[in-house]
Design a protein. Structure first.
Length: 241
């Protein structure tokens, strides 16, 4: 009788252990990666753990010609990604900024500028490793911008008839730049909390860029440039909606 009860107790224990293990495996983890079809997440650039800034995702560096130099102007963007199916996400980012500084009669003159950009890509997420979701992908992007500098120049060497007087002229310098890029990507999203992830990504990129300058209506095209190589690491923040 005791032997029979022992067998029954062992059988019940075994069934209970298997059931509890099965339930534990099916129970959702608080920071489990979210890669199911229909999931939507906002994506932002992350400045780093020290500053905790969110400047936007860097999508391009526009190369504006200067006086013997080339100025790189960053284009930042924010966007979202949507999972078309389990593990397959479509992402898009848009960037736009405009600025005005100075005055045409003071120092370096008045400068107004605008930058913009758009990037569209896909991500294929592989099997998750605990709270980490690795992925591969590809994207295409375009960015452009322009700036206008208006400066009032006073030439005191010119003497008008009559009393000594200064002669002033206004110069206007317009700069424009654009670029197109395609890239293949590799990265991961690490879900530190439920529906919140930090990610890192590298891209093997091919890009072309062009620029031009115009001074008082006379336009000069700058030499085009091409780039092929691995870009710097991009850190991003994901927040699922």
């Amino acid at each position: 009788m005791m032997q029979k009860l022992s067998r029954i107790s062992f059988a019940l224990f075994l069934v209970g252990w298997i059931a509890s293990a099965s339930i534990a495996q099916e129970a959702p983890v608080s920071n489990q990666p979210i890669t199911k079809a229909g999931s939507l997440a906002m994506e932002f650039g992350f400045g780093g753990l020290s500053s905790m800034s969110i400047p936007g995702v860097l999508i391009a560096n526009l190369l504006f010609p200067g006086e013997g130099t080339v100025d790189a102007v960053p284009v930042y963007a924010a966007g979202a990604k949507y999972y078309l199916s389990d593990g397959l996400a479509l992402r898009a980012m848009l960037g736009f900024s405009t600025h005005t500084s100075g005055a045409d009669s003071i120092g370096n003159g008045k400068v107004t500028g605008t930058t913009y950009g758009v990037v569209v890509g896909v991500e294929m997420h592989t099997h998750s490793v605990y709270a980490i979701s690795p992925y591969f992908g590809a994207e295409v992007g375009y960015a452009g911008g322009s700036s206008t500098t208006t400066k009032l120049i006073t030439d005191k060497s010119i003497v008008k008839t009559g009393p000594l007087a200064a002669t002033s002229t206004t110069t206007e310098t317009k700069l424009s730049a654009s670029g197109f890029a395609v890239a293949v990507l590799a990265g991961f999203d690490w879900y530190v909390f439920h529906a919140v992830a930090l990610g890192c990504e590298y891209g093997l990129e091919f890009s072309t860029a062009s620029a031009s300058s115009a001074v008082n209506g006379t336009t000069v095209d700058g030499p085009p440039s091409t780039l092929f190589g691995i870009g710097s690491a991009e850190i991003h923040l994901l927040i699922h909606l």
